[in-house]
Write a protein that binds this ligand. Structure first.
Ligand SMILES: Cc1cc2nc3c(=O)[nH]c(=O)nc-3n(C[C@H](O)[C@H](O)[C@H](O)COP(=O)(O)OP(=O)(O)OC[C@H]3O[C@@H](n4cnc5c(N)ncnc54)[C@H](O)[C@@H]3O)c2cc1C
Length: 495
């Protein structure tokens, strides 16, 4: 068998995180040989794969964009705009020759004898056919594979689904040939995806119904940032504008999060007042019934509705909201527990994701299968007992990219530190005083509890009760702690 090509760093995935990792490597570790393997046929991850009408960010791009590349557009961006921005990052930094598309990694085996990961990827042709297995070795694995299974979204099974006469589609695998003009559409779900999709299709459909089991918090506002507009008008350099607006957005978000915890009912009242104003007079009962969640603000991500477009559709009668449980699917639509039947030609299941912790890759260490659920996270960025691996998992409540950027700096600092020490291997390891510490789930259900996390929490690593074994999900703390994290505190063992 041929000797596999060898790299210093292998990055898994060419989404926002993987391209950010590549940028940081290029900037801070210019001598390293690195490669990105990506299973899709192009870059962008989430933003390439999701093609449902209206797809857009729900974070502002001043923080969802990278710290190193100014965002020049409106705060909320379409998938196309995000892809264009990522394309510019690739071009401006010469990343393209380092990315191999249509390479789906199936296994990664660590060898302590060789101080390397052996990675096996299935290469696919343009028609999706398997062309064979490609093997590479790498000293360090940088996992940027996102958090959900890309091939298929999560669709619960309801009785009678096979009876339904129309089409059932999941937004994650939106068909190109789906006819919606003049059709009755039921969208199951009320998260950001439903809120985005409905205004994008309501105009051409006969009617769209958002069917939810329970309400979601929404926040409305203009798709504009006054401070950015002012600084641009004053011809302040783009880099400054980007940085100033980022800081202002983060400052405002931190204040809002603090208020959600300190006075959740006041915040609830404000959010509902926003919905009430957006719906206009005559919709009072709907606000209470359909838009007042049981959970506290910020226990789940709050969906941003730019320019109140979802509520405009409801106000104008093009869309309506039903809060009920599904009894069964029928030929003509959905029967609800209340007895009501919702007629539908098309049913969209905006019901979320299947969690995929580490890209559905079979990992092993010296031939022993690796179960991440048995590991403890090191600041949420590495795993106890797993050598030479970093993992990017962004924030729930703030933009994902903020953490991808922080980890970019962190991993490069770690690699430089290893070089300075002459180390080949770094493994997070419990100190004597850490043994026996209380282990907790990766995320506290009272803190954050969306369905895909609840369904998948048993596959996730755990956390301890002290640093560096905590995964705080808090940018305000991470931005100070991660750059200063002591790499010689005894929890990182070098070899
Ligand atoms: C519709 C939608 C809207 C969202 N909006 C926001 C938002 O506004 N703000 C926010 O903060 N977050 C948002 N998110 C979360 C979003 O996924 C992240 O913010 C971000 O795009 C994740 O980037 P990533 O590169 O980490 O992962 P992904 O975008 O998931 O990219 C991972 C890449 O890794 C590849 N990959 C995975 N496994 C393998 C493997 N085994 N072999 C090879 N390649 C592999 C995948 O093909 C993919 O291209 C949204 C998510 C969705 C689905």
């Amino acid at each position: 068998m041929d000797t596999p090509e060898d790299f210093d760093v292998l990055i898994v995935g060419a989404g926002i995180s993987g391209l950010g990792a590549a940028y940081h490597l290029q900037q801070h570790c210019p001598g390293k040989r690195w490669l990105i393997l990506e299973s899709q046929a192009g870059y962008g991850g989430t933003w390439r794969m999701h093609r449902y009408p209206g797809i857009r960010s729900d974070s502002d791009l001043f923080t969802f964009g990278y710290g190193f590349k100014p965002w020049m557009g409106k705060p909320i961006a379409t998938a196309q705009e995000i892809l264009q921005y990522l394309g510019e990052v690739i071009d401006e930094n010469g990343l393209a020759p380092h990315i191999r598309y249509r390479h789906a990694i199936r296994s990664a085996q660590w060898s302590s004898a060789r101080h390397r990961w052996l990675i096996e990827a299935e290469q696919q042709g343009e028609d999706g056919r398997a062309l064979g297995t490609v093997r590479v070795t790498a000293k360090f694995l940088w996992m940027c594979q996102g958090y959900y299974r890309h091939a298929e979204g999560y669709t619960p099974q309801w009785p009678g689904m096979e009876r339904f006469d129309g089409r059932i589609v999941h937004p994650q695998t939106w068909p190109d040939d789906l006819a919606l003009d003049g059709r009755k559409v039921v969208v199951i779900g009320s998260g950001a995806t439903a809120a985005t999709l409905i205004p994008a299709i309501a105009e051409r459909c006969a009617h769209v119904t958002m069917l939810q089991r329970s309400p979601t918090f929404f926040i409305t506002g203009r798709n504009a940032n006054d401070l950015a507009d002012m600084l641009r008008q004053l011809q302040i350099p783009d880099e400054w504008t980007h940085e100033i607006v980022r800081r202002k957005v983060l400052f405002d978000q931190a204040a809002f999060t603090r208020r959600c915890v300190a006075e959740p009912e006041v915040v609830r009242g404000e959010l509902l007042a926003g919905v009430r104003a957006a719906l206009g007079p005559g919709h009072e009962a709907e606000v209470e019934k359909h838009f007042n969640p049981r959970y506290r603000p910020w226990q789940q991500r709050i969906a941003f509705v730019p320019d109140a477009d979802l509520f405009k559709c409801v106000r104008e009668g093009k869309a309506s909201v039903v809060t009920d449980q599904i009894e069964s699917f029928e030929r003509e639509g959905i029967r609800l527990q209340s007895g009501q039947v919702l007629d539908a030609d098309v049913i969209v299941t905006a019901t979320g994701f299947n969690l995929s912790v580490l890209g559905d890759i079979a990992f092993s260490i010296d031939d022993q299968p690796l179960d991440f659920a048995r590991t403890v996270g090191w600041r949420g960025a590495m795993f106890s007992g797993v050598p030479n691996m970093a993992w990017v998992f962004g924030y729930f409540r703030a933009s994902w990219t903020l953490r991808a950027d922080l980890l970019g700096d962190f991993v490069c600092r770690l690699l430089q530190h290893m070089d300075a020490r002459g180390a080949q291997v770094v493994t997070p390891t419990m100190r004597a005083e850490d043994h026996g510490m209380a282990l907790r789930p990766w995320v506290d259900a009272d803190n954050f509890n969306p369905g895909y996390i609840q369904r998948g929490v048993a596959q996730l690593p755990r956390q301890g009760d002290r640093q560096p074994w905590l995964h705080l999900q808090d940018y305000a703390v991470d931005k100070d702690e991660l750059p200063r994290a002591d790499l010689d505190d005894g929890t990182l063992v070098y070899g």
